[in-house]
Design a protein around this ligand. Sequence first.
Ligand code: PBG
Ligand code: ZN
Length: 323
Amino acid sequence: MAQYPVQRLRRLRYNSILREMVMETKLSKEDLIYPMFVCPGTNIKNEVKSMPGVFQLSIDNAVKECNEIVNQGISAVILFGIPEKKDAVGSEAYNDEGIIQRAVREIKSKVKNLLVVTDVCLCEYTDHGHCGILSGEDILNDETVNLLAREAVSHAKAGADIIAPSDMMDGRVSVIRKALDYKGFTKIPIMSYAVKYASGYYGPFRDAAESTPSFGDRKSHQMNIGNINEALREAESDIEEGADIIMVKPAGAYLDVIKAVKDNFGMPTAAYQVSGEYSMIKAAGRLGWIDEERVMLESLIAIKRAGADLILTYFAKDAAKLL
Ligand code: PBG
Ligand code: ZN
């Protein structure tokens, strides 16, 4: 590399057009997936206290919101359901008339040019708030996986475009893949939450989805925050089981993990900028302590620069306005 005074790295920074032309990592609307919370009833739009600008929406309002999203140039949403009733085995998760199944049917029939991803887990549907069925205080892995496969098939029957298992049970990708294929859904991709940490950043989501566990935590299935070798093993096993897209979650505090996963496997890689990441930026922005727009874009560019091809973010609409 030439040295100063021949080399002057500032030369490409003086002019804003030039700066933009040589920007290495750019965010585009196609990178973004917008998470939505769907609840029973009609004409409901409840703002989530800890997530300003994020709402629990009844299906009619969710359809409206999806139309707006498409108009803003966003091409995918991921849906979370708040069921009519909860029980010990999360029956509503795999009920063909459940909240997500009805929402998907409505959205797919009324909104064009939108990919609908569905989150597959039991925690929103169990009365104890855990991601699977329990024996005492243990989550039963294999029994849970069978129910997750039923949930995935039920979502696919309703018209889901992509299935996204978020539970972190062992072996669920392979069981879900087999179940989808057996029912003829060979073309439906799986975006697995392959590397999901037991994170404090999920707090606001649990308000939004009403899925806080009634006792204990999720540390027997979600990953230890200190581990990165294990992250690669999780990603590798999901890839071997048939995942089409692998996800790292949360995003901002795990940029090293996103990079390691992308570099090691070269797979389409998604990162979830989770509820707590959103709420912190929103809160500091509201207090006037940071410039919300700038920090939002900076956080998203950082996630992409680390190696994410796709970003699930509650900022999708706000970011799309600026892109
Ligand atoms: C369900 C699920 C969670 C999130 C996505 N899917 C919550 C959890 O694991 O407790 C978190 C998303 C967010 O915080 O935005 N298993
Ligand atoms: Zn869960």
